[in-house]
Design a binder for this molecule. Structure first.
Ligand code: NAD
Length: 476
């Protein structure tokens, strides 16, 4: 009988009012891992109600006190790293080393924002000698945090840390396929002394819990990380309610390699860019644009290196059977588009549920940017290699996309590299590296990749709003 995973509401594990549970499957083995509470509107109401009750105290704590608690949470995440990573690997199947890196990244969010609790201060404005005018930032109150399954702990931490630092309280809803670490994060928050009700987690399905969070009249801001389709549907509700949203959505990011780059290094990084987490990362480099003079040699190297990766040791499975099927549907699409995979294009062995949902890293060559393989987010270890001749052509192809999350440029000509970095329509650009960007680096999209920013000091502006106070010093 798999263990039961409860909501975390008001500082305690709480059974779902529906009395219903959903089965979560370990995608590396196909075995049942845990029974996840199936939340309902009643559970959301109860979490929002305790959060609202806790909001005032949390907001009016001395900022340094809030910071100390967040710092203790960072420490506690590190102290429990093995346990958290084991749960993450059980939910997602990813190699433990990757889960451990994710846990460290999550601790870094709390550490970073713990040190910034005094930062969103505001200004004084020189308007009139008879007035003292100042601005200050204030928390929204209850913030809904809805996250996907690909980097579950990391994405919860990415939104929860700045939200709490800015003085908000949180009702979080992780993805149904990977909920365990977010619940444990909230439990650790309670253990380190963050008051009950400040950080709550309601588990369940998107429509039954996520949508109810967005609709709830006392939720004043929502941070959503996930697909474009759900981002749009949440956007409609937020527009009706006139509440702000942060939308961190998908990507089809261009990785542009010029002939004068360090090709050996660029090839290794290009492989990492589309195979890390088995390609299940919004910022994966899934369009590989290579200058024609080095195209054949470079793509052959990328194919060779990706073909050497070992399932389960170097990369994990697709997180769900649905996702596994989706990637295979794209293999059929590619066949219809007459695309050739020089490596991959298939699942691992006779896989399926028993063998885990593993897909071979796949490199399609000579891809036209108008094909579905080049335009749609596959969310698997699949890259479309596209040749180009000139800088202008590379930029035209890179920007010919509905998405604009990240991009990279590889060249030893720094003027060109910076020129191209300036012109790629995306929120974060890497030059001569494929970096996932540290906690300090603001992250977010252009176009259908979303709006608002997570990470960095910038995120605090998205978890607080501005008030301007005008004080008369003498009668006008
Ligand atoms: P998803 O949109 O299906 O689900 C994300 C979350 O939203 C889950 O918790 C889900 O239960 C919830 N949800 C589903 N329907 C909902 C609804 N109608 N109302 C409210 N909540 C709802 O996404 P996914 O399949 O879990 O994740 C993959 C997607 O996430 C990809 O498109 C990927 O690019 C994107 N992503 C983006 C970033 C980023 O930072 N930009 C990071 C990771 C993943």
């Amino acid at each position: 009988m798999p263990e039961k995973l409860n909501h975390w509401i008001n500082g305690v594990g709480t059974e779902p009012s529906s009395g219903e549970w959903m089965q979560s499957i370990n995608p590396a083995t196909g075995e049942l891992s845990v029974s996840v509470a199936r939340g309902t509107k009643a559970d959301v109401d109860s979490a929002v109600s305790v959060a609202s009750a806790a909001a005032s105290d949390w907001r009016w704590f001395k900022a340094a006190h809030r910071g100390r608690l967040l710092y203790r949470l960072a420490q506690s995440i590190r102290d429990n790293a093995e346990h958290l990573a084991t749960l993450e690997t059980e939910d997602s199947g990813k190699p433990l080393s990757l889960s451990l890196a994710e846990v460290e990244g999550s601790a870094a969010y709390f550490e970073f924002y713990a040190g910034l609790v005094n930062i969103p201060l505001g200004d004084t404005l020189d308007v009139d000698p008879r007035q003292h005018v100042y601005t200050k930032r204030e928390p929204y109150g209850v913030v809904g945090v809805i996250t996907p399954w690909n980097l579950p702990l990391n994405q919860s931490a990415r939104s929860v840390a700045p939200a709490l630092a800015a003085g908000n309280v949180v009702v979080a809803k992780p993805a149904e396929a990977a909920s365990q670490t977010t619940v444990m994060l909230a439990e650790l928050a309670t253990q380190v002394g963050i008051p009950n009700g400040v950080f709550n987690v309601v588990l369940g399905k998107g429509r039954e819990v996520g949508e109810e969070i967005v609709r709830h009249p006392d939720v004043r801001k929502v941070a959503f990380t996930g697909s474009v389709a759900v981002g749009k549907s949440i956007g409609h509700i937020a527009a009706e309610r006139i509440i702000p949203l942060t939308l961190e959505l998908g990507g089809k990011s261009a990785n542009i390699v010029f002939e004068d780059a360090d090709l050996e290094f660029a090839a290794r990084e290009a492989v990492r860019a589309f195979t890390t987490n088995a390609g299940q990362i919004c910022s994966s480099g899934t369009r590989l644009l290579v200058q024609r003079s080095v195209y054949e040699e470079f793509v052959a190297k990328v194919a060779e290196l990706s073909g050497r990766l070992r399932p389960s040791e170097d990369y994990g499975p697709m997180i769900t059977e649905d996702q596994y099927q989706q990637v295979q549907r794209y293999f059929e699409v590619a066949a219809k588009e007459n695309l050739v995979a020089v490596t991959g294009g298939s699942v691992v062995g006779s896989a399926g549920r028993e063998g885990g949902f593993y897909v071979n890293p796949t490199v399609y060559v000579d891809v036209n940017n108008s094909t579905k393989i080049a335009r749609e987010e596959i969310f698997g270890p699949v890259v479309a290699a596209i040749p180009f001749d000139t800088e202008e052509e590379a930029l035209r192809i890179a920007n010919d996309s509905e998405f604009g999350l990240v991009g990279a440029v590889w060249s030893r000509d720094i003027s060109r590299a910076l020129r191209v970095a300036d012109r790629i329509e995306a929120g974060q650009i890497f030059v001569n590296t494929w970096s996932t960007g540290a906690v300090e680096t603001p992250f977010g999209g252009h176009k259908h990749s979303g709006y608002g920013r997570e990470k960095g000091i910038e995120a605090l502006n998205h978890y607080s709003h501005l008030k301007c106070v005008i004080v008369a010093l003498e009668q006008a």
